[in-house]
Design a protein around this ligand. Sequence first.
Ligand code: TPP
Ligand code: MG
Length: 205
Amino acid sequence: MAAQVPLGAGLAMSDWYKGTDNVTFTYFGDGAANQGQVYEAYNMAELWKLPVIFVIENNGYAMGTSIKRSTKSVTFFGRGAAYGIEGEQVDGMDVLAVKAAGEKAVAHCRAGKGPYILEMMTYRYRGHSMSDPAKYRTREEVEKIKQEKDCIEHVRDLLTQGGLASEDELKAIDKEIKEIVNASAEFAKESPEPALSELWTDIYA
Ligand SMILES: Cc1ncc(C[n+]2csc(CCOP(=O)(O)OP(=O)(O)O)c2C)c(N)n1
Ligand SMILES: [Mg+2]
């Protein structure tokens, strides 16, 4: 948990060193955001003006714990101020707000101004994993968010109300995606185990 934060800063340092205009996005949760290595990475990233965007997915819960039980200062992006890193909170359930914030953060990095923090305010419907029964909240709370804030439904409304797609077209996309996912799952189940030589493929550390 959170190991990807210094790793992201390291990838950004590599891009800076090579003189590319790449920008690294490194994602972590509100639970992970309480780890010490995050702040070590913040310090080095700002000191060296690395082109890295720290994206905090603040869904209000870590594994087995609500942030109200685990965290004193719950405005996570604000902690960047201690290191001189700018940032902001974003409605992570609004695709257009997320896109705009991402573009702004990339422009910040490409202008050589160093890292940027985006705290995406979001929610997750399930526990962190099969070992998280999500007892820290009520079923009613989950249902309320599904009804009122679901990000996919929000896009659906944007597309249909804006006349960009019909309900039938969206249903056809849904069907196509389900087929791709099912076929991919079948392919994975039927495929042989990967060779030992693949052990380090796409592994950075
Ligand atoms: C150093 C460390 N401590 C504890 C864990 C166990 N663990 C895995 S995920 C998790 C909670 C993650 O919460 P958050 O970052 O909010 O992610 P979310 O599940 O909400 O996306 C914990 C405690 C871990 N992987 N690493
Ligand atoms: Mg979380």
